[in-house]
Design a protein around this ligand. Structure first.
Ligand code: NAD
Ligand code: MG
Length: 393
């Protein structure tokens, strides 16, 4: 069976790994459409490389550049949000959703069509609007395959039993670049230092989230929605080698784990598989060569973002939506060098507590989630400006 595939975020880190998977077994895929953010040249190159039929750029102003770069190829193209939605609406049995951040929510949600498979990398969709998103996916009969490595491993491990028999589902974290760095030193870290991930090579926003461990917090919320597991059946374990990605502890004491070398092509290939698995010519896991695997508990004192995310998951309602929006603004301010590392968690905490009194319910629709997201961003931007002032003083 050939999969017809549309890739959202085709020029990013996950998008490029997806292209490698597709081209490793070209007879298994036909690429319908590719979507990118701003870079017309990169998107045009990707569309040509994959033989896509249509390419859409989110940024309207770069439409001319895209048209020029694709002229004579016969590849249809367009720019702006309507072009992105056109790409999403085109016939494809599988959509791989890898736009970064909450910007990915609307196009990823629009990709939910009856009978489709959604290979989901954009975790922010589930963190921002998880309940509404999953309800729509169920109603439309969309099969969701997690691309995030931890969830992909959990998905495979969970196949060994029933949800009711899961005592704990555990996702691992490498610990990021500051795993062993003292707090005083982390406090002074620049965005460049925070971006130097020890194992994975990823986009810039998720890199910072990995340094703060917010990424793992977002992943707990993601796991909650994907697998219908409540907060006290979810846990995080630090594992610097990044070989074991997810573990399921069953009611009888048995543990089923998902292992692989840390290469996103492995979970992507699994998320895109047919009845059988794809044949991937990647290095094989050699445990004897690795020799030892190590594990430790996460230090929530040095990485307060993890406990903030856990608190948001436990609080429920709109708290994960608020946490996610506040974090995106805080990370933006940090990447721009306007605030320090621990201002990220301070900002998230302050924004979350300023909204907590309102007891907002979990958004029932994606539109509602986006409205709460926008309101939170405004509050977070004001706070970021105030933090920037005090940082300068
Ligand atoms: P990235 O920054 O490398 O790529 C993002 C992609 O989205 C690019 O193609 C960019 O052009 C596109 N984009 C950005 N804004 C857009 C918009 N408004 N409309 C349309 N396209 C837009 O990010 P990434 O590391 O590839 O991550 C993508 C998603 O996958 C994120 O949600 C991330 O959390 C998730 N994820 C990534 C990894 C990883 O290893 N990189 C692992 C697990 C999950
Ligand atoms: Mg992950």
């Amino acid at each position: 069976m050939t999969r017809t595939l549309t890739i959202l975020g085709a020029t990013g880190s996950i998008g490029r790994s997806t292209a490698d998977v597709v081209l490793a077994q070209p007879e298994a895929f036909r690429v319908e459409a590719v979507v990118g953010g701003r870079d017309a040249a990169a998107l045009a190159a990707m569309a040509r490389r994959l033989g896509a039929r249509f390419a859409a750029l989110a940024d309207e102003r770069s439409g001319g550049a895209l048209r020029e770069a694709l002229s004579g190829t016969g590849i249809g193209n367009g720019a702006g949000s309507s072009a992105v939605l056109e790409a999403v609406a085109r016939d494809a049995d599988t959509v791989l959703a890898a736009i970064s951040g909450t910007a990915g929510l609307a196009p990823t949600h629009a990709a939910l069509k009856p009978g489709r498979r959604l290979a989901l990398a954009n975790k922010e969709s589930l963190v921002c609007a998880g309940a509404a998103f999953m309800a729509d996916a169920r109603r439309l009969g969309v099969e969701i395959m997690p691309v995030d490595s931890e969830h992909n491993a959990l998905d495979q491990a969970l196949a060994a039993g029933r949800n009711a028999d899961v005592e704990k589902a555990i996702i691992t974290a490498t610990g990021g670049p500051f795993r062993t760095t003292p707090r005083e030193q982390i406090a002074k870290a620049s965005a460049k230092e925070a971006s130097a991930h020890p194992v994975w090579s990823m986009g810039s926003k998720i890199n910072i989230d990995s340094a703060t461990l917010m990424n793992k917090g977002l992943e707990l919320i993601e796991a909650h929605h994907l697998f219908d597991l409540e907060a006290d059946r979810l846990d995080v374990l630090v594992h610097p080698e990044a070989i074991v990605h997810g573990l399921v502890q069953w009611s009888d004491g048995a543990v089923t784990a998902g292992l692989a070398l840390p290469d996103m092509k492995v979970p992507i290939a699994n998320a895109l598989r047919n009845q059988g698995r794809l044949q991937m010519d990647l290095p094989r896991l050699d445990l004897a060569a690795i020799g030892r695997l190590s594990f430790e508990r996460p230090d929530e004192e040095r990485f307060p973002c993890l406990s903030l995310a856990k608190a948001a998951l436990r609080a429920g309602g709109a708290m994960p939506t608020i946490l996610n929006a506040a974090n995106e603004i805080a990370v933006e301010a940090y990447m721009a060098g306007r605030v320090g590392f621990y201002h990220i968690s301070e900002m998230v905490e302050q924004v979350c507590s300023s909204f907590s009194g309102r007891g907002l319910a979990a958004p029932a629709t994606v539109a509602e989630a986006l409205a709460i997201d926008e309101e939170t961003r405004q509050a977070a931007r004001q706070l970021a400006a105030a933090f920037t002032e005090t940082t300068r003083l």
